[in-house]
Design a protein around this ligand. Structure first.
Ligand SMILES: [Zn+2]
Length: 471
């Protein structure tokens, strides 16, 4: 069996792992995740680079969760000739029905806008690229096969697949793939997907897995410890209170799926506990609105505290003025609000979507606060803000950064170093091969070292992108 890492190797986006094996005398190939690279031109180039094999030669795809950096190139793959099934959980599929069309729409809108500006001589820099169309999204969505956590399916004779809860976002899964390859012992391959933080808002703790021969584990925060939820709450309360007192706005870029719902539940919970006064919150992302409704739909998959917060809000809805913005005109009207608003909008890394408009109108005023709560990939606008850029280029034009920028790390949907190690301790014997992926180089190497030192595991590899490993 061979694994080739086509993405999320030495970086956090573009999760795509190809597995090649011999089954009943036939060479077979499947992939775990098929995500988009995010963050600037370099990412675009990787998104459009040709695959090292033909799309039609892939047998099936296993998708761990709905985030675009794990799922976002699936429509492109189907358009290129992949016709097999894509396996994921029910909630993941429901989220993708929102996420993928939105992704196609945003790409188109970016290209159209850039072309208009270019014609007017106002566009400077590289042109964006549309990776797929809405029709190609529909084609991809027709290839999905859903399963529940714990259900076992056989995507091909000799391969069994089971999903367990990863506690990261709604529907997120750890993939357990048992493989009976020709002339080899049966192997268990475990792909962590993205692992959630124990005790975090909204999602239950990740399921622990007892054994694996081959383990592919994420390392987004492999070199860091998150602040405690208590510190995170204190910081949020401090920034929101002082900004409201100064009659400013709080703008929170957030992934529409997962992070937006976590922030909402947390803010409502802080009001419930009397730590924040009455709030006016605008959720300005059609996708976040739909994902919030889905979160309500999958209520039974939430952790118990979030269920209680939700019940309280239903009975006390006047305590938070919560509005979901539907159309673009309403969204633009938000730019006129000069203070007292909390605006939650996507995309989470500030690269596209309505958040860019909100940043353009709120960054130049010093009484405003921008609260960054998610991981910002190298090259993204969010990262430049975190790195204290004095000015940024939005829609091809320069905007001064006068608002205060706050990074509040404790809300991460990803486990930190201790959380990841804790999850690894669930394995009763060390896996024969461990591949550390989905982290920037420093993070992956610190975490790999940590696995060797603290767990005593021997064969810990940080794979290089496009390299193939036998195992
Ligand atoms: Zn994720």
């Amino acid at each position: 069996m061979k694994i080739q890492f086509l993405g999320a190797a030495g970086e956090v986006t573009g999760s795509r792992h190809s597995i090649e094996l011999l089954l009943a005398g036939r060479q077979r190939r499947f992939m775990v995740d098929y995500g988009m690279f995010q963050g600037g031109r370099e990412a675009t180039n990787k998104n459009i680079e040709p695959l090292p094999f033909l799309a039609k030669d892939l047998d099936f795809i296993v998708l761990t969760h709905a985030h675009i950096d794990h799922s976002g190139l699936l429509p492109r793959l189907c358009a290129q000739g992949f016709t097999g099934p894509i396996y994921c959980t029910t909630a993941t599929f429901e989220l993708l029905k929102i996420l993928l069309p939105d992704s196609a729409y945003l790409q188109r809108a970016d290209v159209d806008r850039a072309e208009r500006k270019q014609k007017a001589g106002k566009w400077h820099g590289e042109m964006p690229v549309a990776l797929y169309s809405r029709e190609e999204v529909d084609l991809a969505l027709s290839q999905f096969e859903v399963l529940e956590y714990g259900q076992v399916v056989e995507p091909a004779s000799g391969i069994q697949l089971e999903f367990r809860n990863a506690g990261h976002i709604l529907g997120s899964a750890i993939a357990i793939i048992d493989i009976a390859e020709d002339n080899a012992q049966k192997k268990r391959c475990v792909f962590s997907g993205d692992i959630g933080m124990k005790g975090k808002v909204l999602m239950p703790d990740p399921d622990s897995i007892a054994n694996a021969d081959v383990l592919v584990v994420e390392s987004t925060y492999g070199d860091r410890q998150h602040r405690s939820l208590q510190d995170t709450e204190d910081e949020l309360v401090e920034v929101i209170s002082s900004t409201m007192t100064a009659h400013g706005n709080v703008v929170m870029p957030a992934f529409a799926v997962g992070r937006t719902q976590e922030i909402l539940f947390l803010l409502i919970d802080l009001v419930r506990r009397g730590r924040l006064p009455h709030l006016s919150i605008w959720v300005d992302s059609p996708m976040a609105t739909a994902a919030t409704h889905l979160t309500q739909h999958f209520f039974s998959q939430l952790d118990s505290q979030s269920q209680a917060t939700f019940e309280w809000f239903k009975a006390n809805s006047e305590s938070v003025d919560l509005r979901f913005i539907a159309d673009v005109e309403e969204s633009k009207a938000l730019n006129k609000i000069r203070g007292g608003a909390i605006i939650i909008s996507a995309s989470g890394m500030c690269d596209a979507g309505r958040i860019v408009h909100h940043l353009a109108s709120n960054l130049p005023r010093e009484q405003n606060a921008i609260i960054i709560t998610g991981f910002q990939a190298y090259g993204s606008l969010g990262r430049r803000l975190v790195d204290k850029a004095k000015k940024v280029r939005l829609f091809g034009e320069e905007v001064l950064v006068k608002a205060s920028i706050h990074t509040i790390g404790g809300l991460s949907a990803h486990a930190d170093q201790a959380g990841l190690l804790d999850w690894l301790k669930g394995f009763e014997v060390p896996p024969k091969s461990v591949f550390v992926v989905h982290g920037e180089p420093e993070s992956s190497s610190v975490f790999a070292e940590c696995i060797r030192d603290e767990l005593g595991w021997k064969n810990v590899i940080i794979p290089e992108r496009l390299h193939t490993y036998s195992c």
